[in-house]
Design a protein around this ligand. Structure first.
Ligand SMILES: NC(=O)C1=CN([C@@H]2O[C@H](COP(=O)(O)OP(=O)(O)OC[C@H]3O[C@@H](n4cnc5c(N)ncnc54)[C@H](OP(=O)(O)O)[C@@H]3O)[C@@H](O)[C@H]2O)C=CC1
Ligand SMILES: O=C(CO)COP(=O)(O)O
Length: 320
């Protein structure tokens, strides 16, 4: 099958490598002027992996979209809407399947990425999400993992799982698009919190973070119409090892560097998601104590240690 991957950073380049490895003809797109694309074209490798000669590169969006049956998008979540405004002008887009391989919520609106997709591409365009745990560094070593693909259209879920399942990634059919999208975006938020605990020397609190974080996020999923059990699936709890405990996680590292006062320059999607959650918590009137604490630290510039103490001083309550 012809597959195009739009976005050639850390994850996009991996997705091109992986989909080619499982037998597809793959084209990897980067925007004109992309340094990532330039160096891939020059050396066929980046800091994460090497790409085989069989993968084609292009900076023509029209060529990438036109030539593929399945189009994977992996760019920074906050850029999705403006990016899709360009993609939506291309011909035959309603004949394709788009898979969003990105974890975020739109800051300002709190919208899920498939909602943003439908608004910009039209309700008739086919879209799914590919989420769950995995770092390029681990897959490249041949260490397998489990992920989830989901869509409002079961045919999209089944077709894409069939196209991409392999001994390296075992896929599950997603059953709750709302829960999976919120779960995937918010695991980055918990990753930032975990990094802050690591940076402050409080790593032993990460167990409590996992227990209470899943609890509060299950409430927002339920309020939004999803299944609160999804928080315990691959897109969220299943991604904790790769985020809350992994040296490879950008979000965890962002949190750790933040409390140490070190600037972090790579993409940490959880930052904008914290802003989006602040909005959702007000819209749905759901209390999100941990997410609000992170909002206070990052957006209201409150002192991390003071915010942590305040969390501990909240009134005692029943666990469930
Ligand atoms: N297990 C999983 O499912 C994983 C998922 N991810 C997710 O993948 C997504 C991308 O992350 P990652 O690859 O680490 O990020 P990177 O910063 O490495 O790459 C982002 C890519 O997006 C491109 N981009 C940014 N803005 C635009 C725009 N307006 N138009 C077109 N292209 C744009 C960048 O272009 P340029 O090359 O010009 O900079 C770059 O190629 C995130 O949502 C992340 O959460 C990441 C890792 C694992
Ligand atoms: O989603 C990921 C792992 O599953 C990548 O997480 P980071 O963006 O925090 O590195």
């Amino acid at each position: 099958m012809n597959v195009s991957v739009l976005g050639c950073g850390r994850w996009g380049s991996f997705l091109a490598w992986y989909t080619n490895r499982v037998g597809h003809d793959v084209m990897l797109w980067g925007r004109p002027g992309s340094k990532n694309l330039e160096s891939l074209r020059l050396e066929r490798k980046n800091e994460y992996l090497e790409l085989p000669e069989t993968i084609k590169f292009t900076d023509s969006l029209e060529e990438a979209v036109e030539s593929a049956e399945i189009i994977i998008i992996s760019i920074s979540a906050q850029q999705l809407r403006s990016f899709l405004q360009t993609v939506s002008a291309l011909p035959h887009i309603d004949e394709k399947i788009f898979l969003l391989c990105m974890k975020g919520l739109e800051a300002g609106t709190g919208k899920r990425l498939t909602q943003v997709f439908k608004e910009e591409m039209g309700a008739g365009c086919h879209v799914g999400v590919w989420l769950g745990p995995g770092h390029v560094q681990d897959f490249r070593k041949g260490i397998p993992n489990c992920m989830v693909i989901g869509s409002d259209e079961i045919e999209v879920t089944k077709k894409t799982v069939e196209a991409f399942n392999s001994e390296l990634i075992r896929f599950y059919y997603g059953q709750d698009l709302i829960g999976n999208e919120i779960g995937a975006a918010t695991k980055n938020v918990m990753g930032i919190a975990a990094g802050m605990l690591d940076g402050a020397g409080y790593s032993s609190l990460k167990g409590a973070l996992m227990a209470r974080g899943t609890r509060e996020l299950s409430r927002i999923i339920r309020a939004m119409g999803g299944n609160d059990l999804t928080i315990y699936g691959l897109s969220h709890l299943g991604d904790y090892e790769a985020t809350l405990f992994s040296p490879h996680s950008n979000n965890r590292r962002f949190g750790e560097d933040y409390v140490k006062g070190i600037p972090f320059t790579k993409l940490a999607e959880g930052v904008a998601t914290i802003e989006a959650l602040h909005h959702l918590s007000e819209v749905y009137d759901v209390e999100l104590p941990i997410c609000s604490a992170l909002y206070a630290i990052l957006f209201e510039h409150k002192e991390t240690s003071k915010v942590l103490v305040d969390l501990f001083l909240r009134p005692v309550k029943f666990e469930f």
